[in-house]
Ligand binder design. Structure first.
Ligand SMILES: *Cc1c(COP(=O)(O)O)cnc(C)c1O
Length: 374
């Protein structure tokens, strides 16, 4: 019998979230609301649809392996050299490339926890130790808050090749501020790569939350990870990018990519999305306004939650998380539970969020013992 590597055997089996159409059919309602994956609710931009349609017409050919047009557009957009850019089949694939390029058995990968669920799996597959550093407990009853950068720094030793800082943090939505992040970056050893995972950067409204692309300037061990999946609305097309201050970092990441993994369609879509940035910004502004409304509505109902800088909110309901998610699902609302910790709810359209709030009002008294509006 053939056996995979023990690290791979030990990986959890991926369980995708409920499909809204299946759920709707099962419980006999016209439609279910999916607030589980932090996508934006808007349909693809018209320019993206046009670019994708044109690209499909050439799909008998391989895509440009170096994604030259997209790379140039990104370099212009961020004021960096094309050599500082690596594109990938989603930011997750770029993280995998970072792990492949920098991690191996005997090294460690340091990151906060709870944070993005892929991080421990990446370390595991690379054979590196995953060093998980607890988030600081926030105010009011121990809401899991944001990164404990001092503890993160203390966890770095000579074995640490990679530190991941998710800012804003998935799933808590909280963000570290400029002064503390600068202090942290200045203290990390030069031989440790810091990856600032800014998948949700476009939704940041607090001016004191720093832009990683600015912070990486003059810091050759810092790279910034971004994606077209969230604010840019291209989750289904799989394209992300990494910007590194040191071109050698971007080169190492490019070297580990699976050839042609950013499809022709994805490249064309990303270029068109970048050219439609004004429209993307208008959409993002709608999402952040709705985030404010949703947060206020939840607080009115007695829920304790941190201000989110991303396109989701985090309800730290602890042991009642799984029951709450199940009760909401029975009312056609799919959210993302982290059992024993909390529920992550994507900011949807106002209509979707109203469906969520109504469902929550119906189930909260029983499941949570709080939160029926007066
Ligand atoms: C969604 C997400 C990503 C990127 O996802 P891709 O779709 O692979 O680009 C990366 N990091 C975090 C923290 C995310 O939430």
């Amino acid at each position: 019998m053939v056996s995979p590597r023990p690290a791979v055997s030990a990986l959890p089996v991926y369980r995708p979230g409920r499909n809204p159409a299946d759920l709707a059919r099962e419980i006999g309602v016209p439609r279910a609301v999916k607030l589980a994956s932090n996508e934006v609710a808007f349909p693809p931009l018209p320019a993206v649809v046009a670019a994708v349609t044109a690209a499909v017409g050439e799909s008998n050919r391989y895509p440009d392996n170096g994604a030259a047009v997209l790379t140039t557009a990104l370099a212009q957009r961020y004021g960096v050299d094309p050599g500082q850019v690596a594109t990938g089949c989603g930011a997750v694939t770029l993280l995998q490339q970072v792990a492949q390029a920098y991690s191996e058995p005997g090294t460690s990968m340091v990151f906060a926890w709870r944070s993005f669920e892929m991080y421990p799996l990446l370390a595991q597959v690379a054979g590196a130790d995953a060093v998980q550093v607890s988030l600081t407990a926030g105010a009011e009853g121990g809401v899991a808050d944001t990164h404990d950068l001092d503890a993160l720094l203390a966890a770095i030793d000579e074995r640490t090749r990679v530190v991941l800082v998710c800012n804003p943090n998935n799933p808590t939505g909280t963000a570290v501020r400029r002064a503390e992040l600068e202090r942290f970056l200045d203290a990390v050893p030069a031989s440790t790569l810091v990856v600032l995972d800014e998948a949700y950067r476009e939704f940041v409204t607090d001016p004191d939350v720093p832009d990683g692309v600015v912070l990486m300037r003059g810091r050759p061990n810092v790279a910034v990870l971004r994606t077209f999946s969230k604010a840019w609305g291209l989750a289904g097309l799989r394209v992300g990018y990494l910007l590194a201050e040191d071109p050698a970092v971007a080169e190492a990441v490019r070297k580990t990519h699976v050839p042609f993994s950013v499809s022709m369609v994805a490249q064309a879509a990303a270029v068109a999305a970048l050219a439609s940035e004004d429209e993307v910004r208008r959409r993002v502004a709608e999402v952040t306004a709705e985030r404010t409304r949703l947060t206020a509505a939840l607080r009115e109902r007695g829920h304790v939650l941190a201000d989110s800088q991303a396109n989701f909110v985090w309800l730290p309901v602890g042991e009642r998380t799984a029951a709450l998610a199940a009760a909401l699902e029975a009312r056609a609302v799919i959210t993302r539970p982290f059992a024993g910790e909390g529920l992550r709810v994507t900011v949807g359209t106002p209509e979707e969020d109203d469906v969520f709030l109504e469902a929550l009002d119906a189930v909260a008294p029983e499941v949570l013992g709080v939160g029926s509006p007066a």
